[in-house]
Write a protein that binds this ligand. Structure first.
Ligand code: ATP
Length: 233
């Protein structure tokens, strides 16, 4: 569903990703880990087509992102959860969710039942539907950002450090929901700094260090690996 093949990116003259190869197969939950500045958000931006690959290839749902364009990802069945949530603060929660829904053209079910599904998955959202998104707590905003990505019933979600800034209790809740989405068949690329939590629910993982994949493998093996631990734990 997602493939980065030998991808290089740069910010101006400064190289960032170097020879990054990552794949996510249908039904998998893959975790991309790495310390601060490793290039995790750059990878997210590259998957979205916002940062262009200078070398190599990025294919999402079998399509070259360079030709596809970021704006067509939702319709293709890809839900994005960017770092920092990026909600529209002046719009209500319901309006934010509507935007996520409307981004998916040719969608099947109507908005109302989809909204109801999201309220069932995120009970905290229900009582906040008419509240401006900018006035929500960080935890509530994180849930709305995920619901906005899920409301169009994507085949795959790509999440950039969604647990950042959440309390330990909320992190636990958030990871449970992520696991549930995965269990129901959604493919997930989870970009995380919290290795224990991320690998705890993932099938496979990649460790990114200084723009390169330093290690990859089954999540359980990475959790137990001394090298992986020394790289980021
Ligand atoms: P964190 O966990 O701290 O968010 P990260 O792994 O997501 O880190 P990136 O945000 O991908 O890291 O940044 C990798 C490096 O690229 C950093 O040194 C950052 O300063 C630099 N960088 C990111 N965006 C830009 C930009 N638009 N222009 C120049 N440099 C950038």
């Amino acid at each position: 569903m997602l493939e980065l093949k030998d991808v290089d990116t740069a910010y101006g003259a400064v190289p960032m990703l170097r020879g990054v190869t990552i794949s996510v197969r249908p039904g998998e939950l893959v975790c991309l880990l790495g310390p601060n500045g490793a290039g995790k958000t750059t990878t997210f931006m590259t998957v979205c087509g916002v940062v262009k690959a200078q070398r190599g290839k990025v294919e999402v749902m079998g399509k070259d992102i360079a030709a596809l364009g970021t704006e067509n990802l939702a319709a293709l069945g890809v839900g994005l959860v960017p770092e920092g949530r990026r909600l529209f603060p002046g719009l209500t929660v319901q309006e934010n969710l509507r935007l996520g829904y409307d981004a998916v053209s040719g969608r099947g079910p109507d908005f109302e039942p989809q909204l109801e599904k999201m309220c069932a998955l995120f009970p905290r959202i229900r009582e906040r539907l008419r509240q401006a998104a900018g006035t929500l707590s960080g935890g509530e905003q994180a849930m709305v950002a995920l619901a906005r990505a899920l409301i169009g019933e994507p085949k795959m979600v790509v999440m950039d450090e969604p647990s950042l800034g959440l309390s330990p209790k909320l992190i636990g809740e958030y990871f449970e929901i992520t696991q549930e989405i995965h269990r129901h068949g959604t493919t997930v690329l989870l970009i995380e700094q919290n290795a224990e939590m991320g690998l705890g629910i993932a099938d496979r993982g990649y460790v990114l260090v200084k723009g390169k994949v330093a290690q990859e493998g089954p999540a359980r093996e990475l959790l137990a690996s001394r090298t992986a631990r020394s790289l980021y734990l």
